[in-house]
Design a protein around this ligand. Sequence first.
Ligand SMILES: NC(=O)c1ccc[n+]([C@@H]2O[C@H](COP(=O)([O-])OP(=O)(O)OC[C@H]3O[C@@H](n4cnc5c(N)ncnc54)[C@H](O)[C@@H]3O)[C@@H](O)[C@H]2O)c1
Length: 392
Amino acid sequence: MKIVVVGGCGHVGLPLAVALANSSHNVVAFDISVGAVKDVNSGKAPFWEPGLDDALIEARSKAFTASLDPEVIEAASIVIVVIGTPIDSHLNPDPTAVLIAIEGICKHLKDHQLLILRSTVFPGVTEQVEKLLVQRSLKTCVVFCPERIAEGFAMNELYQLPQIIGARQDLDFNRAKEVFDCLGIESVRTTPEEAELAKLFTNTWRYIKFAAANQFWMMANDSGISFENVRDAIRYKYPRASDFPGAGFTAGPCLYKDTMQLSAFSNNTFALGNSAMMINEGLPLYLVEKISKKFDLPSLKVGILGMSFKGESDDNRSSLAYKLKRILKFKAEQVLTCDPYVTVDNELLDQDYVLENSDILIIASPHRRYKDIISKKPIIDIWNLRGNGSSV
Ligand SMILES: NC(=O)c1ccc[n+]([C@@H]2O[C@H](COP(=O)([O-])OP(=O)(O)OC[C@H]3O[C@@H](n4cnc5c(N)ncnc54)[C@H](O)[C@@H]3O)[C@@H](O)[C@H]2O)c1
């Protein structure tokens, strides 16, 4: 099958394109990022994802390629669209991102093609894409197939997670299923509208669970009670609480943004989602407030360990470590930051320098290497990464 992945050099597009290429499909990644296309064609992923570099080299040996030329779309039977869909600078979801991208490629689309929408979208976008294609006199069929991988696990989860396929027609469902069958995964059929909500519910569900844990952590912390002892007691041989998360910064390019989309979709009546956003986004402020009660922040140099939004990742998009940094820059004498993975922040310092020159350290991203740091300075660790408790 000849497949073009639009946005195929991104965090989600590239792992999928490579996995499909290595599973007997003929795949081209079309992208507008000159740097990313260059990286991919030189056999190097533009970002860190375990297992991706090796899989990319294998795919390159099977004629997988990346291109800046939208004309590559014309030869495909399947076109998968997985461009980024961020919220705007005023925190509004932008339901037009996918539509604008598709407008841009419309003249290369053909009637016989199946268009698989894979970006996470505001509910109703699939229908709008269908209308756009009709306006352009195209008979291209559309399905919505959300991506549910987590960064850092892509090259395993692509071969494990069932694929939700939101299709109106049996034929479209079967064509989309054939694409994903080669990954050895099951397909689950819904309508496009159900699939759009399924993706937003999936991420929002996780976001709310993390918010509950963070709120419980704040409650325990305010009362001088060990959150870890409570959580351990609850989870001990009690499977119903096995998914009770620990505390920590809940951030990144998806969970917050998708909760925001659902909030906008429900006309801002989504009380639970709105509360979760306040709790998770408010955690850096809470933390600084607590630290400033114990330490004389204006006279202290604060070292932040880890700037990516999650452990063992180079992705610092929407990372709460930067919110923490902003607040501390206002309150502390100086803020020093480091991260072993992030490559796109020129203010980062060497870890040893930060350890030596800070008066107090805060673990903002739970990279495993911080478990064993030896320092006489106070280390704030709300993740309890070091096993010494998370109280502040
Ligand atoms: N990152 C995740 O863990 C994750 C997981 C599941 C779903 N998603 C969803 O997948 C989508 C993509 O997210 P991402 O993290 O991969 O974003 P990304 O920014 O890493 O990748 C998007 C890619 O699309 C390219 N692009 C943008 N506009 C384009 C256009 N008009 N034509 C061709 N290429 C274009 C960009 O250059 C980039 O390479 C989003 O909707 C996101 O919500 C992300």
